[in-house]
Design a protein around this ligand. Sequence first.
Ligand code: ADP
Ligand code: MG
Length: 475
Amino acid sequence: MRHLYESTLKRVFGYDSFRTGQHDIIHAVVEGHDVLAVMPTGAGKSLTFQLPSYIKNKGLTVIVSPLLSLIEDQMQHIRARGERGVARLTSMESAEEKQEIINQLKRYRFLYLSPEQLAVPYVTRALSNVSVQMLVIDEAHCISQWGHEFRPEYARLGELRKQIGSPQCMAVTATAPENVKRDIIEKLALFTPEQFVHSANRPEIRLVVERLDKERKLERLKELIQNIPKPAVVYTATRREAEALAFELDDALFYHGGMSTEDRRLVQSQFLRDEVSVMVCTSAFGMGVNKDNVRSVVHFQIPATVEAYMQEIGRAGRDGQPAFAILLYAEGDERIQQFLIDGQYPKDEDVRMAYFESENGTAITQLPRLLRMSEEESKFLLLKQLLTERSLQEALEWVKERRRDRYRQLGQMMDYALIRTCRRDYLLRYFSEPTIEQEECCDICGEIIYPETSTIVRENVTEWKIRLTQIFSFE
Ligand code: ADP
Ligand code: MG
């Protein structure tokens, strides 16, 4: 078997050896087990659900993914290796294109879709009529209301799995503490799953928190950017701040979800090709970005959860070389996250109004206008789901509890910023992992020194700029 896996790895993917953990996961999948795999970002999870398809060589692998950009990225990779048996069902395909794909499901090896598309009745029906070899839930933490990116549409996946004939199921994610793991297993009804949980620790990343006055933050960021090794990613909480900071820093571009797809692609590719050394962005940047030489990740604002923080700093040092994760924290910074959390849930009066209106026969399609919400925003999707599943009292309670959970999670992230004991230890305990001792750990364990090389790069650029001015002043 070992030989077969390895030859398939070489033949289909062009790689010489498996990365840590991949082989065992693939084996469990080939043996037909349900699988839960928790591995850090960049560890190579996609390969673990794609390779078994070439071993079994029959049936369709259906992959549920939360973001169009992730689906696009994976399809590009698959097509680039010459695989033509891959299709997707997303909001980008026209009704005719979808029908075409549905009619020819048997021709495909991989089908990527969003949870919403899987829930479309004719899609579910079509899938129940073909042989689905495996259902893969990528970014499975989205299933759990304890996960940092809970998505209401993910909650239906267990039921949809049944409707398509309860195929073998594999859930993969980069970040899942104990309660999220339990939730994933339960919601998907995984049958005595084989679990592969790899340490969340990233030994190459040094952890630093700087506490400072609000007024000093910008100045300090500018200083830091001169001193830390690059390429660097700077995370902010809002789009506006991302733009403002990029303007303040040298050699920096910004990226956020409010930009056109084209602009985002352009900015991203400039960063990927090292044409610009600093990317200032919101959390929209990162998922599916393959860049292994990011040396520093700076947080200008505290993120909402420890999981989100781990995902974001996990983009540094993927090549295994030393990297830095620096959080700048000023007292009161958490208020922006509290504000954002509040905005993600309907207010009590909105919940009451929605229930009142729908009891009085108002169509659900009318509600967004009455509530002044967009029909796509998560607040409304949530409300729609509550309306079908719960009484008014239950709905109010549910929203209140969810908001409380999110505040609690934010509190845990603040503890990380304020703690006076080892920061790595804190993160590992958060993910229920044992302590690890290492050199070059965090600012509590010892002083973290940024390597000199970064300033040399900077001087070159300045020198080049001076030379340019000199050239022009000759004229
Ligand atoms: P994850 O989903 O775990 O974040 P991906 O599946 O996107 O990671 O893989 C990250 C990168 O690693 C991809 O570019 C992939 O092609 C590459 N990769 C995966 N497995 C191997 C391997 N065995 N050898 C070399 N590169 C690999
Ligand atoms: Mg992935």
